[in-house]
Design a protein around this ligand. Structure first.
Ligand code: SF4
Length: 921
């Protein structure tokens, strides 16, 4: 076999060549100094430990079929052979002595910790009957799939739509929904895709080099950009590792980031550094004038003058006063942005966008700055994600569902970018509905979400959640409340397709069960992935096929046909056929590339694991469109088909434009104006709920920033990876030296952090690396378990006692620190760490942003030295207060329906979009 067609990858200095991937020999490191040979087959797959979808290469021992190590896949266009610590640590997860190896069924009351093994057949029968009855009785909002880490592109959308339910729920509103809304109302695409590699200036509102979005692929390219001379500015309240290598570190008061960005805009406009030609062609400036200056002549010069006037108040001086960033730094950074012109790459994802009320406006203001210098979709600028993500279509797509689920998209937030997922318990407790069948998939809301004790409450209530399956490779604080715990494979034990917007290119990556792939490479027949996984661990693709078939065995519900093979009439599709069809029919260039090396498209992906579909994906908005059947209005430059705007005229040719209603970048958003938020229709600053004017510093009040990640941990999935837990096992409270001195706190002292609904007790870390007046505590840590037999892995969890107090309060106290335990892995006796961190999220009330619906993570807290009797890890939460605060925030929302009696604008993206008719309220 030849090498695959060259891809845009930097060759690694040393990696086994593909022609030796069937038989690669290395000496066994553990046998040293003896030279003991081990023979490996190298099989690619895709990492599942964050959203980046990096390539992994599994070394499968040919003698005992064990996976011995995982390295990067050099043929993966996103990660180019490199991984972060979490990629290779997949090995720990596979060999974790505490992993769940068999499907489990509850054998005591929910939450009692009593489970017994059961069969997959029983699971399929129980859930198929439950779902079939719900479908027959037209209860299509009572079946819900709630996903934490998706890791697949489109598979579950197809499954849910084949059932006809409106049941997709996600974690996005505790993650990225705010930034998505800010980008979507400006560019029509809900994610940015910065081209760091070709940038001249980069502005990050995130700690990308250590933990940010698309961590490893972006980190590589930020460094590539810097090596070519680009400069980097980092906006972060902490001196992150990224900020430490930036040319600028800007640490504004939390929640003032939008003001800071608007001051950059002010300088760009005042110093004529904006790209007037780009603005005139690609923005909806006519609409801006019509809405903001009715009666003004519809001339571009009038727009530019209006823009200058409207942002005149955001001077560097005003920004210094509001944000606490020196005015000369603001001017300097703004001038750097202006000098970079279209080669200005920028990104905000979680960070300020996910912390603050009005966080979505941070993304909108950042997109505005990029627009001003013509950097949207430009080389070295920031692409829309739609240019760089490739989702391949499967065979036979089901039609959109006809129903609308108010538990997912309630009327109060018509513009929420994703489901109001973290409010599900509040909605259920308010009597807005119930769930007949609930699947949580790699999702741990009891621990991850704010107000986790309310999640406990509803998950224990069989009248609200009738049947719950936790699909997870490992125990968690949530899985213990499920009726069935279903062990699904890790990254090298399952199939999925992934594509992410890591740079200016489109690629897809194949996740596959590597032992199965190796055996099939040898010509061995394998019918299901369960046969080659440890114990009776399955994979979801095959599980959903079996379940869907069982829901509709005779095809009378119209479900079964989506699971019939496209290659064998009336027979059940196999997972190979599912992907074979996609690779043969939906991935441009793949069949030809495969043919070139003598492989089928499926075998190409199984052999190399990834494929680059397109590179150099800039300027998608300027791509010509066919004019057949279109009407062209030369005065406005609008191109319409059947009355619908489909493009605009640019230099005499019809082009696609952007995916906004106007096909232009929307500096004024008619969507915001017409759907209840006219005062925020143009890029604006929204004062945060933790604005310093709301804090009484003298009384020990601070803004708590709880959103930052540790680079070596995987949200709530690190507890089964011993190497990662050994690297990071505490999450102390960051306090600036000045504040610590004022309060008499030293590093290691116990501190009590009180939120509006409770408190947690943690240790202090005194540092100069944080803005005074702000404290911070990383998420990931503070895992707990109620029992020794089941519950979160003991590498990272402390045994706790949970008490329900009579007045609605819940108290957790630690019974045992983390310590050595007996298992088949001798390392479990070598555990030296004890703390494990403190669970802070449970003490946070829900704070849904009134526009985006995103949970506003930052907290107004009181910090004090630990009180007598306080012990490390103590948590107390008042669930009565938490419901009251939910209602307080609910009252800020502006409910629909909106124009046309719709629940939501038809043009705004929605997860698993229903039929247009379902949008009618
Ligand atoms: S960045 Fe994410 S996908 Fe890439 S190796 Fe690390 S955890 Fe895996």
């Amino acid at each position: 076999m030849q090498e695959p067609a060259p891809m845009n990858v930097t060759p690694l200095e040393s990696f086994p060549p593909p022609e030796r991937w069937d038989d690669w020999v290395e000496y066994d490191a553990k046998a040293w100094p003896k030279k003991v040979e081990r023979r490996y087959a190298l099989v690619p797959t895709t990492c599942f430990n964050c959203e980046a979808g990096c390539g992994l290469m599994a070394y499968v021992d040919k003698e005992d079929l064990s996976i011995r190590k995982l390295e990067g896949n050099p043929y993966h266009p996103g990660s180019r052979g490199k991984n972060c610590a979490k990629g290779p640590a997949t090995l720990n997860q596979i060999h974790d002595p505490q992993r769940i190896l068999f499907p489990m069924k509850r054998s005591g009351p929910r939450g009692s910790g009593k489970f017994q093994p059961c069969t997959w057949q029983e699971v399929i029968e129980v859930f198929a009957a439950k779902i079939r009855t719900a479908l027959l009785e037209d209860r299509k909002t009572e079946v819900m799939y709630h996903v934490g880490r998706p890791g697949h592109d489109g598979y579950m959308d197809r499954v849910l739509q084949s059932w006809g339910v409106d049941g997709h729920n996600s974690h996005t509103n505790v993650c990225s929904a705010a930034a998505r809304l800010g980008y979507a109302v400006t560019t029509g695409a809900d994610r940015p895709s910065p081209d760091h590699e070709h940038a001249k200036f980069m502005l990050l509102l995130s700690s990308h080099l250590e933990t940010g979005h698309y961590f490893n692929p972006h980190a590589q390219r930020i460094i590539d950009g810097k090596m070519k001379g680009a400069k980097l500015a980092v906006v972060d309240v902490r001196l992150s590792n990224t900020a430490s290598v930036g040319d600028y570190w800007l640490a504004p008061f939390p929640g003032t980031e939008a003001f800071l960005l608007l001051s950059f805009a002010h300088v760009l406009l005042a110093e004529n550094l904006a790209d007037a030609k780009f603005l005139e062609t690609w923005t909806n400036w006519r609409e801006y004038l019509a809405r903001k200056r009715p009666g003004a002549p519809p001339q571009f010069a009038a727009f530019l003058a209006a823009l200058k006037e409207d942002y005149a108040a955001y001077t560097p001086e005003a920004a210094e006063a509001e944000c606490g960033v020196p005015r000369h730094t603001i001017v300097q950074v703004a001038r750097e942005i202006g000098a970079a012109k279209s080669a200005f790459a920028s990104h905000v994802w979680r960070n300020a966008a996910s912390g603050n009320e009005g966080g979505w406006a941070v993304a909108r203001c950042l997109a505005f700055v990029s627009t001003l210098v013509g950097a949207i979709n430009a080389k070295g600028g920031t692409n829309c994600n739609t240019s760089d993500k490739f989702v391949a279509a499967p065979f036979l797509k089901p039609p959109p569902q006809q129903v609308w689920n108010e538990l997912l998209y309630p009327k109060e937030w018509p513009l929420s970018h994703h489901e109001l997922s973290y409010l599900l318990p509040h909605f259920l407790l308010e009597g807005r509905g119930k769930l007949a069948a609930y699947f949580t998939r790699v999702y741990n809301p009891v621990w991850t979400n704010p107000d986790g004790m309310l999640w406990e409450k509803v998950l224990k209530d069989e009248s609200l959640v009738e049947l719950h399956a936790a699909l997870t490779p490992t125990w968690s604080e949530t899985a213990q409340y499920a009726d069935y715990v279903l062990p699904m494979g890790h990254g090298p034990e399952r199939h999925d397709l992934m594509s992410q917007e890591t740079h200016a290119a489109k690629w897809i990556s194949f996740r596959q069960p590597v032992v199965r792939a190796y055996l099939e490479r040898q010509g061995q027949r394998v019918d299901t992935t369960r046969e080659t996984n440890p114990g009776d661990v399955w994979e979801e693709d095959e599980f959903w096929i079996e379940l869907s078939w069982a829901i509709d065995p005779d095809g009378s519900l119209g479900v079964r046909k989506y699971y019939e093979s496209p290659y064998r009439k009336n027979e059940k599709v196999t997972v190979h056929e599912y992907y074979r069809w996609i690779f043969e029919n939906s991935v441009p260039g793949l069949p030809a590339a495969a043919q070139k090396v003598g492989l089928t498209p499926l075998d190409y992906m199984r052999r190399f694991g990834a494929f680059e579909v397109e590179r150099g994906t800039w300027n998608a908005h300027d791509k010509p469109i066919a004019l057949d059947g279109c009407d062209v209005a030369t005065a406005t430059g609008e191109v319409r088909k059947d009355g619908k705007l489909v493009g605009i005229l640019h230099e005499g040719k019809a082009v696609a434009g952007f995916a906004t209603p106007s096909r232009r970048l929307e500096i004024v958003s008619p969507t915001l104006a017409d759907w209840g938020w006219p005062e925020l229709a143009t890029p604006a600053y929204v004062k945060s709920h933790v604005h310093r004017s709301t804090l009484d510093a003298g009384a020990g009040e601070f803004a708590l920033v709880p959103t930052f990640r540790l680079p070596t941990l995987i949200h709530t999935r690190s507890a089964n990876a011993k190497w990662l837990v050994e690297l990071s096992n505490t999450n102390p409270v960051w306090i600036h030296r000045q504040d610590a001195e004022r309060l008499g706190i030293a590093t290691g002292d116990l501190v009590r952090v009180s939120t509006r609904i409770g408190h947690f007790v943690n240790k202090a870390w005194v540092t100069e690396g944080i803005r005074p007046g702000v404290i911070a505590c990383s998420h990931h840590l503070g895992r707990w378990r109620l029992y020794d037999e089941i519950g979160t892995d003991r590498w990272a969890s402390a045994l706790v006692e949970r008490q329900d107090l009579p007045d609605g309060r819940v108290r957790f106290t630690r019974k045992e620190n983390i310590g050595p335990f007996a298992s088949k892995d001798p390392d479990s006796q070598r555990i030296w760490w004890t703390d494990g961190g403190v669970h802070q999220n449970a003490t946070f009330p829900v704070q849904p942003d009134p526009v985006s619906g995103m949970h506003c993570w930052h907290q107004r807290v009181k910090l004090e030295k630990g009180r007598p009797g306080d012990r490390y890890g103590d948590i107390e939460v008042d669930t009565t207060k938490s419901m009251a605060i939910y209602r307080e925030w609910l009252a800020k929302a502006r409910p629909g329906p909106g124009p046309g009696g719709l629940r939501r604008p038809l043009h705004l993206a929605r997860a698993v979009r229903p039929a247009d008719t379902a949008y009618k309220a």
